[in-house]
Design a binder for this molecule. Structure first.
Ligand SMILES: C[S@@+](CC[C@H](N)C(=O)[O-])C[C@H]1O[C@@H](n2cnc3c(N)ncnc32)[C@H](O)[C@@H]1O
Length: 319
Protein backbone atom coordinates (compact mmCIF):
# COMPACT_ATOMS: atom_id res chain seq x y z
CA UNK A 1 0.00 0.00 0.00
CA UNK A 2 1.33 3.47 -0.85
CA UNK A 3 0.76 5.92 2.00
CA UNK A 4 1.23 9.61 2.67
CA UNK A 5 4.76 10.35 3.88
CA UNK A 6 5.08 9.88 7.61
CA UNK A 7 8.41 11.66 7.83
CA UNK A 8 7.61 15.12 9.07
CA UNK A 9 10.19 17.76 8.35
CA UNK A 10 10.39 21.29 7.07
CA UNK A 11 12.06 21.36 3.67
CA UNK A 12 15.57 22.78 3.90
CA UNK A 13 14.69 25.68 1.60
CA UNK A 14 12.42 26.50 -1.30
CA UNK A 15 13.65 24.10 -4.03
CA UNK A 16 14.02 26.84 -6.65
CA UNK A 17 15.69 29.29 -4.28
CA UNK A 18 18.06 26.54 -3.25
CA UNK A 19 19.03 25.88 -6.89
CA UNK A 20 19.52 29.57 -7.75
CA UNK A 21 21.62 30.25 -4.65
CA UNK A 22 23.73 27.15 -5.23
CA UNK A 23 24.38 28.03 -8.89
CA UNK A 24 25.26 31.67 -8.21
CA UNK A 25 27.55 30.62 -5.37
CA UNK A 26 29.16 27.72 -7.25
CA UNK A 27 29.87 29.77 -10.39
CA UNK A 28 31.45 32.55 -8.27
CA UNK A 29 34.06 30.25 -6.68
CA UNK A 30 37.68 30.50 -7.89
CA UNK A 31 37.37 26.81 -8.86
CA UNK A 32 33.80 26.65 -10.09
CA UNK A 33 31.65 23.76 -8.91
CA UNK A 34 27.96 22.85 -8.63
CA UNK A 35 26.37 20.33 -6.22
CA UNK A 36 25.77 16.99 -7.94
CA UNK A 37 22.22 16.67 -6.58
CA UNK A 38 21.09 19.16 -9.24
CA UNK A 39 22.01 16.67 -11.98
CA UNK A 40 18.80 14.79 -11.09
CA UNK A 41 15.83 16.63 -12.58
CA UNK A 42 13.31 14.46 -14.49
CA UNK A 43 15.51 14.27 -17.61
CA UNK A 44 18.68 13.72 -15.53
CA UNK A 45 17.05 10.85 -13.62
CA UNK A 46 16.06 9.22 -16.93
CA UNK A 47 19.57 9.65 -18.30
CA UNK A 48 21.01 8.12 -15.14
CA UNK A 49 18.81 5.04 -15.64
CA UNK A 50 20.14 4.81 -19.20
CA UNK A 51 23.73 5.02 -17.86
CA UNK A 52 23.09 2.06 -15.54
CA UNK A 53 22.39 -0.11 -18.62
CA UNK A 54 25.54 0.84 -20.56
CA UNK A 55 28.13 -1.90 -21.17
CA UNK A 56 30.92 0.33 -19.77
CA UNK A 57 29.03 1.06 -16.53
CA UNK A 58 30.03 -1.93 -14.38
CA UNK A 59 28.69 -0.69 -10.96
CA UNK A 60 24.96 -1.38 -11.42
CA UNK A 61 25.19 -4.86 -12.94
CA UNK A 62 27.92 -5.88 -10.47
CA UNK A 63 25.94 -4.68 -7.45
CA UNK A 64 22.75 -6.34 -8.74
CA UNK A 65 24.76 -9.54 -9.25
CA UNK A 66 25.93 -9.38 -5.61
CA UNK A 67 22.43 -8.67 -4.27
CA UNK A 68 21.17 -11.70 -6.23
CA UNK A 69 23.98 -14.14 -5.48
CA UNK A 70 24.21 -13.16 -1.79
CA UNK A 71 20.45 -12.78 -1.21
CA UNK A 72 20.37 -15.75 1.18
CA UNK A 73 23.20 -14.44 3.39
CA UNK A 74 21.96 -10.85 3.28
CA UNK A 75 18.40 -11.92 4.14
CA UNK A 76 19.66 -14.06 7.04
CA UNK A 77 21.69 -11.17 8.46
CA UNK A 78 18.75 -8.74 8.47
CA UNK A 79 15.81 -8.69 10.91
CA UNK A 80 12.38 -10.01 9.98
CA UNK A 81 9.53 -7.49 9.89
CA UNK A 82 12.06 -4.80 8.88
CA UNK A 83 11.37 -1.22 7.82
CA UNK A 84 13.73 -0.45 4.93
CA UNK A 85 14.81 3.21 4.65
CA UNK A 86 16.55 3.87 1.33
CA UNK A 87 18.69 6.95 0.68
CA UNK A 88 18.79 8.23 -2.93
CA UNK A 89 16.37 5.50 -3.99
CA UNK A 90 16.02 6.59 -7.64
CA UNK A 91 14.23 3.87 -9.60
CA UNK A 92 14.25 1.46 -6.58
CA UNK A 93 15.27 -1.42 -8.89
CA UNK A 94 17.71 -2.88 -6.35
CA UNK A 95 15.12 -2.53 -3.60
CA UNK A 96 13.02 -5.24 -5.22
CA UNK A 97 15.89 -7.68 -4.69
CA UNK A 98 16.37 -6.61 -1.07
CA UNK A 99 12.66 -6.78 -0.18
CA UNK A 100 12.44 -10.23 -1.79
CA UNK A 101 15.42 -11.40 0.33
CA UNK A 102 13.87 -10.20 3.61
CA UNK A 103 11.53 -12.12 5.87
CA UNK A 104 8.15 -10.33 5.92
CA UNK A 105 9.36 -6.74 5.40
CA UNK A 106 6.88 -4.34 6.98
CA UNK A 107 7.51 -0.99 5.32
CA UNK A 108 9.65 0.84 2.80
CA UNK A 109 10.69 4.50 3.08
CA UNK A 110 12.42 5.71 -0.12
CA UNK A 111 14.08 9.15 0.19
CA UNK A 112 15.11 11.02 -2.97
CA UNK A 113 15.54 14.57 -4.23
CA UNK A 114 14.04 13.70 -7.64
CA UNK A 115 10.22 13.61 -7.61
CA UNK A 116 10.23 12.20 -11.15
CA UNK A 117 12.20 9.15 -9.98
CA UNK A 118 10.71 8.79 -6.48
CA UNK A 119 6.95 8.60 -6.95
CA UNK A 120 6.69 6.16 -9.90
CA UNK A 121 9.20 3.86 -8.17
CA UNK A 122 7.24 4.03 -4.89
CA UNK A 123 4.02 3.15 -6.73
CA UNK A 124 5.71 0.22 -8.47
CA UNK A 125 7.06 -1.17 -5.18
CA UNK A 126 3.65 -0.74 -3.52
CA UNK A 127 2.06 -2.77 -6.32
CA UNK A 128 4.72 -5.48 -6.39
CA UNK A 129 4.81 -5.87 -2.59
CA UNK A 130 1.21 -5.40 -1.41
CA UNK A 131 2.07 -6.34 2.20
CA UNK A 132 4.73 -3.63 2.44
CA UNK A 133 3.61 -0.11 3.40
CA UNK A 134 5.44 2.44 1.24
CA UNK A 135 6.10 5.98 2.50
CA UNK A 136 7.94 8.05 -0.16
CA UNK A 137 9.84 11.09 1.10
CA UNK A 138 10.86 13.85 -1.30
CA UNK A 139 13.94 15.31 0.35
CA UNK A 140 17.68 15.75 0.35
CA UNK A 141 20.47 14.19 2.36
CA UNK A 142 20.98 17.65 3.86
CA UNK A 143 17.46 17.34 5.35
CA UNK A 144 18.12 14.14 7.33
CA UNK A 145 18.65 15.98 10.61
CA UNK A 146 15.12 17.38 10.33
CA UNK A 147 13.44 14.09 9.46
CA UNK A 148 11.64 11.92 11.99
CA UNK A 149 10.63 8.28 11.58
CA UNK A 150 7.48 7.83 13.68
CA UNK A 151 7.41 4.10 13.00
CA UNK A 152 7.40 2.90 16.61
CA UNK A 153 10.11 0.48 17.61
CA UNK A 154 10.42 -1.07 14.16
CA UNK A 155 13.54 -2.88 13.11
CA UNK A 156 15.18 -0.40 10.78
CA UNK A 157 17.39 -1.34 7.86
CA UNK A 158 19.14 1.51 6.04
CA UNK A 159 19.84 0.88 2.35
CA UNK A 160 22.21 3.05 0.28
CA UNK A 161 23.10 1.28 -2.99
CA UNK A 162 24.67 2.66 -6.16
CA UNK A 163 27.86 3.84 -4.39
CA UNK A 164 26.12 7.20 -3.98
CA UNK A 165 28.20 7.53 -0.79
CA UNK A 166 31.15 7.95 -3.18
CA UNK A 167 29.65 11.29 -4.29
CA UNK A 168 30.49 12.74 -0.86
CA UNK A 169 33.87 14.07 0.26
CA UNK A 170 35.33 12.01 3.14
CA UNK A 171 34.13 14.59 5.60
CA UNK A 172 30.61 14.79 4.14
CA UNK A 173 30.45 10.96 4.06
CA UNK A 174 31.25 10.82 7.79
CA UNK A 175 28.62 13.48 8.50
CA UNK A 176 26.08 11.58 6.39
CA UNK A 177 26.80 8.29 8.22
CA UNK A 178 26.39 10.03 11.58
CA UNK A 179 23.07 11.60 10.48
CA UNK A 180 21.83 8.26 9.10
CA UNK A 181 22.73 6.64 12.42
CA UNK A 182 20.75 9.26 14.35
CA UNK A 183 17.78 8.94 11.96
CA UNK A 184 17.72 5.13 11.99
CA UNK A 185 18.28 4.90 15.75
CA UNK A 186 19.95 2.34 17.99
CA UNK A 187 19.96 -1.26 16.80
CA UNK A 188 19.61 -0.36 13.11
CA UNK A 189 21.71 -2.02 10.41
CA UNK A 190 22.85 -0.36 7.20
CA UNK A 191 23.47 -2.02 3.82
CA UNK A 192 25.56 0.05 1.39
CA UNK A 193 26.98 -0.34 -2.09
CA UNK A 194 30.60 0.87 -2.19
CA UNK A 195 32.66 1.09 -5.36
CA UNK A 196 36.25 -0.18 -5.14
CA UNK A 197 39.55 1.10 -6.51
CA UNK A 198 40.47 -0.51 -9.82
CA UNK A 199 42.57 -0.04 -12.97
CA UNK A 200 41.86 3.10 -14.99
CA UNK A 201 41.12 1.11 -18.15
CA UNK A 202 37.93 -0.09 -16.43
CA UNK A 203 37.19 3.06 -14.45
CA UNK A 204 37.52 5.81 -17.07
CA UNK A 205 35.23 4.28 -19.75
CA UNK A 206 32.50 3.85 -17.10
CA UNK A 207 32.28 7.66 -16.91
CA UNK A 208 33.15 8.32 -20.58
CA UNK A 209 30.82 5.95 -22.45
CA UNK A 210 31.08 5.60 -26.21
CA UNK A 211 27.43 6.65 -26.78
CA UNK A 212 27.88 9.92 -24.89
CA UNK A 213 25.04 9.25 -22.42
CA UNK A 214 27.16 10.38 -19.44
CA UNK A 215 28.07 13.51 -21.41
CA UNK A 216 24.34 14.24 -21.93
CA UNK A 217 23.70 13.60 -18.22
CA UNK A 218 26.41 16.11 -17.27
CA UNK A 219 25.47 18.75 -19.88
CA UNK A 220 21.82 18.49 -18.81
CA UNK A 221 22.80 20.52 -15.75
CA UNK A 222 23.43 23.54 -18.01
CA UNK A 223 20.14 22.87 -19.83
CA UNK A 224 18.39 22.82 -16.44
CA UNK A 225 20.01 26.16 -15.49
CA UNK A 226 18.85 27.63 -18.83
CA UNK A 227 15.31 26.36 -18.30
CA UNK A 228 14.77 26.93 -14.58
CA UNK A 229 16.98 29.94 -13.85
CA UNK A 230 16.76 32.02 -17.03
CA UNK A 231 20.27 30.90 -17.90
CA UNK A 232 21.97 31.51 -21.24
CA UNK A 233 24.58 28.78 -21.51
CA UNK A 234 25.57 27.68 -25.01
CA UNK A 235 25.58 23.89 -24.50
CA UNK A 236 27.63 23.37 -27.67
CA UNK A 237 30.42 25.50 -26.16
CA UNK A 238 31.00 23.08 -23.24
CA UNK A 239 32.15 19.47 -23.21
CA UNK A 240 31.89 16.65 -20.68
CA UNK A 241 35.18 15.65 -19.05
CA UNK A 242 35.69 12.78 -16.60
CA UNK A 243 39.15 12.42 -15.04
CA UNK A 244 40.67 10.34 -12.25
CA UNK A 245 42.10 12.41 -9.39
CA UNK A 246 44.84 10.20 -7.88
CA UNK A 247 45.28 12.35 -4.80
CA UNK A 248 41.65 12.04 -3.73
CA UNK A 249 41.10 8.63 -5.34
CA UNK A 250 38.02 9.75 -7.17
CA UNK A 251 36.51 10.20 -10.59
CA UNK A 252 35.65 13.85 -11.17
CA UNK A 253 33.09 15.00 -13.70
CA UNK A 254 33.57 18.47 -15.12
CA UNK A 255 32.00 20.66 -17.80
CA UNK A 256 34.87 22.20 -19.79
CA UNK A 257 34.54 25.48 -21.65
CA UNK A 258 35.65 25.06 -25.27
CA UNK A 259 36.37 28.77 -25.80
CA UNK A 260 36.68 32.11 -24.05
CA UNK A 261 33.01 32.95 -23.45
CA UNK A 262 30.47 34.39 -21.06
CA UNK A 263 27.13 33.04 -19.88
CA UNK A 264 24.44 34.63 -17.76
CA UNK A 265 22.22 33.24 -15.01
CA UNK A 266 19.31 35.23 -13.58
CA UNK A 267 20.87 38.49 -14.80
CA UNK A 268 24.44 37.75 -13.61
CA UNK A 269 27.22 37.25 -16.13
CA UNK A 270 30.06 34.75 -15.68
CA UNK A 271 33.17 34.66 -17.89
CA UNK A 272 34.89 31.37 -18.73
CA UNK A 273 38.40 31.00 -20.11
CA UNK A 274 38.97 28.35 -22.79
CA UNK A 275 39.65 25.09 -20.95
CA UNK A 276 38.20 26.30 -17.65
CA UNK A 277 35.87 23.80 -15.98
CA UNK A 278 32.82 23.59 -13.73
CA UNK A 279 33.23 20.63 -11.37
CA UNK A 280 29.89 18.79 -11.22
CA UNK A 281 30.38 15.42 -9.48
CA UNK A 282 32.84 13.27 -7.54
CA UNK A 283 32.78 9.51 -7.31
CA UNK A 284 35.24 8.32 -4.66
CA UNK A 285 36.67 4.81 -4.94
CA UNK A 286 37.54 2.90 -1.78
CA UNK A 287 39.65 0.01 -0.59
CA UNK A 288 37.78 -2.28 1.85
CA UNK A 289 40.13 -1.05 4.63
CA UNK A 290 39.58 2.60 3.72
CA UNK A 291 35.83 2.18 3.82
CA UNK A 292 36.01 0.35 7.14
CA UNK A 293 37.83 3.36 8.66
CA UNK A 294 35.27 5.75 7.16
CA UNK A 295 32.35 3.70 8.54
CA UNK A 296 33.93 3.68 12.00
CA UNK A 297 34.41 7.46 11.91
CA UNK A 298 30.69 7.67 11.00
CA UNK A 299 29.64 5.64 14.05
CA UNK A 300 29.21 2.22 12.37
CA UNK A 301 31.12 -1.08 12.36
CA UNK A 302 31.43 -3.18 9.20
CA UNK A 303 29.98 -6.60 10.00
CA UNK A 304 30.01 -8.30 6.57
CA UNK A 305 31.47 -7.45 3.14
CA UNK A 306 30.36 -9.05 -0.13
CA UNK A 307 32.69 -8.55 -3.12
CA UNK A 308 32.32 -9.88 -6.69
CA UNK A 309 34.94 -12.24 -8.08
CA UNK A 310 36.60 -9.47 -10.13
CA UNK A 311 36.79 -7.25 -7.01
CA UNK A 312 35.04 -4.38 -8.79
CA UNK A 313 32.32 -3.52 -6.25
CA UNK A 314 31.32 -4.27 -2.67
CA UNK A 315 28.09 -4.51 -0.72
CA UNK A 316 28.81 -3.73 2.93
CA UNK A 317 26.67 -4.50 5.94
CA UNK A 318 27.20 -2.09 8.85
CA UNK A 319 25.85 -2.37 12.36
C1 LIG B 1 23.85 7.41 -8.29
S1 LIG B 1 22.09 7.52 -8.26
C2 LIG B 1 21.68 5.95 -7.49
C3 LIG B 1 20.26 5.54 -7.70
C4 LIG B 1 19.90 4.18 -7.14
N1 LIG B 1 19.97 4.17 -5.69
C5 LIG B 1 20.80 3.11 -7.68
O1 LIG B 1 21.49 2.46 -6.91
O2 LIG B 1 20.82 2.92 -8.92
C6 LIG B 1 21.85 8.70 -6.98
C7 LIG B 1 20.41 8.88 -6.52
O3 LIG B 1 20.42 9.75 -5.38
C8 LIG B 1 19.55 10.86 -5.59
N2 LIG B 1 20.23 12.00 -4.98
C9 LIG B 1 21.37 12.62 -5.40
N3 LIG B 1 21.72 13.59 -4.54
C10 LIG B 1 20.78 13.57 -3.55
C11 LIG B 1 20.60 14.34 -2.37
N4 LIG B 1 21.47 15.30 -2.03
N5 LIG B 1 19.54 14.05 -1.58
C12 LIG B 1 18.67 13.05 -1.91
N6 LIG B 1 18.78 12.30 -3.02
C13 LIG B 1 19.83 12.56 -3.83
C14 LIG B 1 19.39 11.00 -7.08
O4 LIG B 1 18.15 11.61 -7.43
C15 LIG B 1 19.49 9.55 -7.54
O5 LIG B 1 18.24 8.92 -7.54
Amino acid sequence: MMLEPVLTHEPHAEPDGDFLDAVLHGLSLPKRSLPSRFLYDAHGSNLFEHITELPEYYPTRTEIGLLRSQAGEIGAALPSGAVVVEFGSGSSRKTELLLAALDRPAAYVPIDISAAALYPAARRIAQSFPDVDVYPVLGGFHDLERMRLPLGDSRLVGFFPGSTIGNFSQRAAVEFLLSARRLLGPGAVFLLGVDLQKPLDILLPAYNDADGVTASFNLNLLARINRDLEGAFDLAAFEHAAIYNERYQRIEMHLRSLALQSASVAGRTFCFAAGETIHTENSHKYTPEGFERLARDGGWEVSQVFVDKNRLFSVQLLA
